[in-house]
Design a binder for this molecule. Structure first.
Ligand code: PLP
Length: 457
């Protein structure tokens, strides 16, 4: 939709009335927001006509790239055919059913049942409610504790935000009774917890697994319901676990009858070269996968909790007291969103986008390392098209920049002036471009970041 308002009027209306998520209102009061009015392929354009290379895919989500005509046509066709009818009880819709079957085909192992939500946070809340319900039905009514990790991001609804381990996200916001939410160390190779600084990768995995097992023992195995983890932490700064970590955590879950929830909101739908990363990339079969974002490439909101047959058999069996799952959303399985997701998956398959990611992803990871000669290069990390470049005050000692320096925000500003959008997270520059990025665009990103860092120093 375009309106007849001038760029100045739009900027003012936005500043006066639109409450933006996760926004620092001290600077917002003066600067307001940049109004993005057009998007095509790898690029976005603002209302002043300036165009930018989008190296963050909107917000880790526009996986097939911006402005696809066939996505618009699919959405419009579904709106004209049947834009909405409720999915409660005994009515359903064609795209919702077909997409559920497709997700069951793409998801690993026995993850064959799909509960649709409106995004990632609602999928996390849904999963937690399902886990508690599953245990209630099994007569394990005390099995309620959820173990998450520091620096994890799981969303912004009440439960998801409390499970989130980026504790700065919660300043001045109330927390629900922490009695059933626990945080253990992040699996972070760069900033390790005390006692783990000099361990080998295998020893560090064991260290983290021991911490997890000790916490379970301390809480009591009969009280712990689930462990939730992103395969690679995204909003926490693109933190990659040491080798074998997810498998080790999964083995402990199995030992104590604890469900493993893989939050693949960012890592699913191609960002790591596969539709889902848990099994194919990390060798581990979760009990529940949370997905959103890339499922519809951000063309329309959609999320899902995909659960195992094992859980479903319990929660749906009338003999065990199940059979009435009294939870759901007006927009669960929204036909327009599901039609968009089906087209999105069709495009990914037809254009072999996952193969492309397997080629261009390692190229991005390799090229960013050419910046290691810069005095403030700390570490670059990630996998495929998920990358974090951490900047440090001193690259020989890895001494961090004090947060008031705002180093990543300053680099972000220089990049933006040069027509490139990156994402500052703490002292880390995060990249998560649309999956259609070319090698030439990778080169452009790397050289623009180099210039931006040089201007910052
Ligand atoms: N989980 C992870 C790993 C995420 O990165 C996000 C959002 O960035 C969420 C959950 C929440 O998703 P949403 O913002 O769609 O509610």
């Amino acid at each position: 939709m375009t309106t007849n308002y001038s760029a100045e009027q739009l900027w003012q209306m936005d500043k006066d009335h639109f409450i933006h998520p996760y926004t620092d209102f001290t600077t917002f009061a003066e600067e307001g927001s940049q109004v993005i009015s057009q998007a095509d392929g790898m690029h976005i354009t603002d209302t002043t006509g300036k165009s930018y290379l989008d190296a963050i895919a909107g917000l880790w989500c526009v996986n097939i790239g911006h402005g696809r005509k066939e996505m618009a046509e699919t959405i419009s066709e579904q709106v004209l055919n049947m834009q909405y009818y409720n999915p409660f009880g005994h009515s359903t819709n064609e795209p919702g059913s077909v997409l559920a079957a497709k997700l069951a085909e793409l998801a690993p192992g026995d993850l064959n049942k799909v509960f649709y939500t409106c995004g990632g946070s609602t999928a996390v809340d849904t999963a937690i409610r399902l886990v508690h319900y599953y245990n209630n039905i099994r007569g394990k009514n005390n099995k309620k504790q959820i173990i998450s990790r520091n620096n994890a991001y799981h969303g912004s609804t009440y439960v998801a935000s409390n499970i989130t381990g980026i504790h700065g996200c919660k300043s001045n916001l109330d927390r629900i009774a922490d009695s059933w939410i626990n945080h253990i160390s992040a699996a972070d190779m760069f900033h390790r917890p005390k006692g783990a600084e000099n361990l080998s990768e295998a020893e560090y995995t064991q260290f983290l697994a021991d911490e997890f097992e000790n916490r379970i023992v301390q809480l009591g195995e009969n009280n712990v319901a689930a462990f939730i983890a992103e395969p690679i932490m995204g909003a926490g700064g693109v933190l990659v676990a040491p080798a074998g970590y997810h498998q080790a955590m999964h083995a402990i879950c199995q030992k104590y009858d604890i469900l493993y929830i893989a939050d693949e909101v960012v890592t699913s739908f191609g960002r790591l070269g596969d539709f889902f990363a848990s099994k194919s990339v990390f060798g581990m079969q979760p009990d529940i996968i949370i997905t959103a974002k890339g499922i519809s490439s951000g063309y329309i909101p959609l999320g899902a909790a995909i659960i195992s047959d094992r859980i479903w058999d319990v929660v749906s069996d009338p003999k065990t007291g199940g059979g009435a799952l009294t939870m759901g959303y007006t927009y669960s399985g929204h036909p327009v969103a599901c039609a968009a997701a089906l087209k999105n998956i069709e495009i990914m398959e037809r254009e072999n986008i996952l193969d492309h990611v397997k080629e261009v992803g390692p190229y991005l990871q390799e090229q960013i390392k050419t910046l290691s000669d810069l005095a403030i290069f700390g570490e670059s990390r990630g996998s495929h098209l998920m990358l974090g470049l951490e900047l440090v005050a001193n690259s020989s000692t890895n001494e961090p920049f004090p947060s008031e320096v705002g180093i990543a925000s300053r680099v972000f500003e220089h990049c933006r002036n040069a027509g490139l959008i990156v994402r500052p997270v703490g002292n880390t520059i995060v990249l998560s471009p649309p999956l259609i990025i070319s090698k030439a665009q990778v080169d452009q990103i790397v050289s623009t970041i180099r210039e931006a860092i040089n201007l910052t120093m």
